[in-house]
Design a protein around this ligand. Structure first.
Ligand SMILES: [Zn+2]
Ligand SMILES: [Zn+2]
Length: 441
C-alpha cells in the first residue's frame, strides 16, 4: 500500500510561514492498494491538492472511496474543491458514520447551498454513492475495512484497512476515554493494564498494525484545559500504540497554533517516550506531502478479529432513562435528548430507577452512581443479574470518578463510564455509539 498525507492540520487550515514543513491543510490522507483501490481518509482542505493531482496525473475515469471519520468542517471542507467529483464518468463512494439527524448527502449538500458555494451537490458530474457505516467489518470493493467508534463530541468512526498483507489505521478525532490510561495495580504498557474499557477497545482495534495515523492535537500540558474537546495528546497516542504492538505511528490533526518548530519538539518528545517504552515503535509527526510505503511485516500479518457490520441502528429515536438525583442535570440532559428526537424517562432515586426500568423498558440507562438507595452500583448489579435487563446498555455518570470505581463498574458490566461535567454533544455521541454497538450484539 502507498500512503500520502495531503492535509495534517486539525480544526482549521493554517497556512503561513510557520507551517511550511508540516503543512497548513486540514485532514486528508490517500491510501492506494497494490490492486489499484484508492481510499481517501477525510476531505479537509488537503483534498483540493489531492483532487488536482488525481485529475491531472491519473488515468480517467477514476474510482475512489472517501472514508469520512465524521462531518466536522475540518473533515469535509475540501469536498466541494475535490476536482474528481466534477468529472462525468468518475465513480466516487462516500462513507461516514450514520448521522444523528440528517443523511450524509444532506450534510454535504448543506455546506454547498448557494449561500456558501456556487455549485450544489446535485449538480456534480461524477456518479456519487453514499453509505452510512456502523461499527464492524465491511467489504469495500474487495478490501477489508473495519470500523470502530471513537470518543469525540460527534459520532466518529476510526478505520482499519487490511490490504496487501499489511494494515493501516486512521484514528482522528479521538480523545482518551479516561484521564489515567493505566490501572495502578497492573504493569503499565500492556493492553490488559488499560483502565477504561473504551481505551482498551481502542488499543485492541490497532493491535499489531503496521501503520497507525492518530489524532495528537495537544501536548499533555495543553490537554488540561482542552478536556472533552475530543482530541488526544501525543503521549496518549504513543503509549496506546506501543501497548498495541504497532510498528509505525504518524501523529496528525496538528493544532493550528503549533508551528513547525513546535511540532519538531512534539516529535522529539514522542520519540523519547516511545524509546523509553522499549517496543520499537517508530513515531513521526505527519507532514503534508509525505509519502509512505506500507509493506507486509510480521506484525501486520495478523488480522484483528472483528464482527461483521450489522444494521446501523444508531439514529432511530431511543427511549432513554436518566437516573440521577440532581434535578438540574436531569433537566439539562432531558432537553438535549428531546431535541435529538429521543423519548425520555426520569428517575430521581434508586427505587424509581428500578421501577421505571421494568415498566418503561428503556433502550439505554444513564445511571448516576450516587443516588438515594439503592445506589447506582446496586442497580447495575441487579440489572446484570436479571435475564430481561442484562443486555441494556448502561452509561455510568459520576461526579467523583476514580480508578477503583471505574474498575468495579466495568467488572459489573457497565457499558461506559463518563465523568461529570460532560458536554451534551459528547454525551449524545457516547449514547449513540453504545446503542449502535449493543444493537449488533
Ligand atoms: Zn477534526
Ligand atoms: Zn471533530
Amino acid at each position: 500500500m502507498l500512503l500520502r498525507f495531503w492535509g495534517t492540520r486539525g480544526s482549521i487550515a493554517s497556512p503561513g510561514p510557520g507551517t511550511v514543513r508540516y503543512g497548513g491543510n486540514t485532514s486528508c490522507v490517500e491510501l492506494l492498494t497494490r490492486g489499484g483501490q484508492r481510499f481517501i481518509f477525510d476531505c479537509g482542505t488537503g483534498a483540493r491538492d489531492l483532487g488536482h493531482h488525481l485529475v491531472s496525473a491519473q488515468p480517467q475515469p477514476l474510482a475512489a472511496t472517501i472514508l469520512l471519520g465524521h462531518t466536522h468542517w475540518d473533515h469535509i471542507q475540501g469536498f466541494p474543491f475535490f476536482a474528481p467529483v466534477f468529472v462525468p464518468g468518475n465513480r466516487i463512494t462516500v462513507c461516514a458514520p450514520q448521522g444523528a439527524k440528517r443523511t450524509l448527502p444532506e450534510v454535504l449538500a448543506g455546506q454547498m447551498e448557494y449561500t456558501y458555494f456556487p455549485v450544489e451537490l446535485g449538480q456534480l458530474g461524477a456518479s456519487i454513492e453514499y453509505h452510512d457505516l456502523s461499527e464492524g467489518v465491511h467489504d469495500l470493493g474487495g478490501v477489508r475495512v473495519q470500523t470502530q467508534f471513537l470518543n469525540h463530541p460527534a459520532m466518529t468512526l476510526g478505520y482499519r484497512i487490511e490490504a496487501d498483507g499489511a494494515s493501516v489505521l486512521y484514528l482522528c478525532d479521538h480523545e482518551p476515554y479516561w484521564e489515567a490510561l493505566w490501572r495502578s495495580d497492573a504493569e503499565p504498557g500492556r493492553l490488559v493494564s488499560i483502565l477504561h474499557d473504551g481505551d482498551r477497545r481502542h488499543a485492541a482495534f490497532m493491535e499489531n498494525a503496521d501503520v497507525v495515523i492518530h489524532d495528537a492535537q495537544y501536548t499533555p500540558e495543553e490537554y488540561v484545559t482542552k478536556k472533552n474537546w475530543g482530541h488526544s495528546t501525543y503521549a496518549y497516542a504513543t503509549q496506546i500504540a506501543a501497548a498495541a504492538n504497532v510498528r509505525r505511528l504518524y501523529l496528525t490533526h496538528h493544532d493550528p497554533t503549533h508551528d513547525d518548530d513546535f511540532l519538531d519538539q512534539v516529535e522529539e518528545r514522542a520519540r523519547a517516550l516511545a524509546r523509553g517504552l522499549g517496543t520499537g515503535l517508530e513515531v513521526t509527526c505527519a507532514r503534508e506531502g509525505q509519502q509512505v510505503g506500507v509493506a507486509r511485516t510480521e506484525n501486520g500479518a495478523a488480522l484483528a478479529p472483528g464482527a461483521p457490520a450489522g444494521e446501523a441502528g444508531a439514529s432511530r429515536p431511543l427511549r432513554i432513562l436518566i437516573a440521577d438525583d440532581h434535578e438540574e442535570l436531569r433537566h439539562m440532559v432531558r432537553r438535549a435528548l428531546l431535541k435529538g428526537g429521543h423519548e425520555v424517562l426520569e428517575a430521581a432515586s434508586g427505587t424509581e430507577t428500578l421501577a421505571l426500568i421494568h415498566s418503561g423498558k428503556p433502550d439505554l440507562v444513564l445511571l448516576d452512581l450516587k443516588m438515594p438507595s439503592p445506589g447506582g452500583l446496586a442497580i447495575l448489579r441487579t440489572l446484570r443479574s436479571q435475564e430481561e435487563t442484562r443486555a441494556i446498555p448502561v452509561i455510568i455518570l459520576t461526579g467523583e470518578g476514580n480508578e477503583e470505581s471505574a474498575r468495579i463498574c466495568f467488572e459489573l458490566g457497565a457499558t461506559d463510564y463518563l465523568a461529570k461535567p460532560f458536554s451534551l454533544p459528547q454525551l449524545d455521541a457516547r449514547i449513540r455509539s453504545c446503542f449502535a454497538r449493543a444493537a449488533q450484539l
